[in-house]
Design a protein around this ligand. Sequence first.
Ligand code: NAD
Length: 229
Amino acid sequence: MTGAGVSAESGIPTFRGEGGLWTQYDPVKVASIESFLADPTAYWRVSRERGRVALAARPNPGHVALAALEAGGHLVAVVTQNTDGLHRDAGSRRVVELHGSGRTVECLTCGKTEPRSEVQARLDVEMPPRCKHCGGAVLKPTVVLFGEPMPAEKTQEAFELASRTDVMLVVGTSLVVYPAADVPLLALRSGARMIVVNAEPTPFDRFAEVVIHGRSGEVLPEIVRLTDE
Ligand code: NAD
């Protein structure tokens, strides 16, 4: 299971932790469905800058290592809270995106989607961006905002994986966002062992068999190297 920390070395700021976005913005103001609906322009102003960074980002050695562990038969799937798409770019095949994808946007009226890259290109002249198909409803990234439910199918898939796994490798997440943090919790309750790789301590460290405080782009390639020996 991964979180924003695994993409930090790709240049995408995390929410919490050193340099995290929430030192600059109030999360409830910028990342809740309530505030999106009340003032979509304010949301998109922040999203425009974040989108610029995320669309230009490339996988780092941490993403590549997870894809290598899957290819080598050591990893069944990646359950991620990230919306940046970098796990798939790195070659991970089974990726469960619990919080949706930032690579597309949707119309809240007609439900049609468009690639984020196309919408990103018109944000300088159209703010907030509007649906091309139904004539004018405001577009929203296909990500789960605070106050929105997680996608039912993805959540079920993540819980099924968690209940069957022998080992839960948790990387780059503060593990304070629920219900996403229920996934490693369920793994523990189902008898799995846990490995935590994170830059800073997490509330789950005391339940883990192994805790490595470090950068995922450095630690994960080392794990791949050891599994290859
Ligand atoms: P978080 O910001 O709450 O926590 C990130 C954690 O990663 C921190 O504990 C930090 O110490 C650690 N970290 C920072 N750099 C690291 C590195 N190089 N290696 C290992 N660990 C590192 O993130 P979260 O737990 O994923 O939860 C916040 C929410 O933020 C999620 O719901 C997610 O959807 C969203 N988010 C996603 C992205 C993205 O898609 N890249 C970026 C920011 C936030």
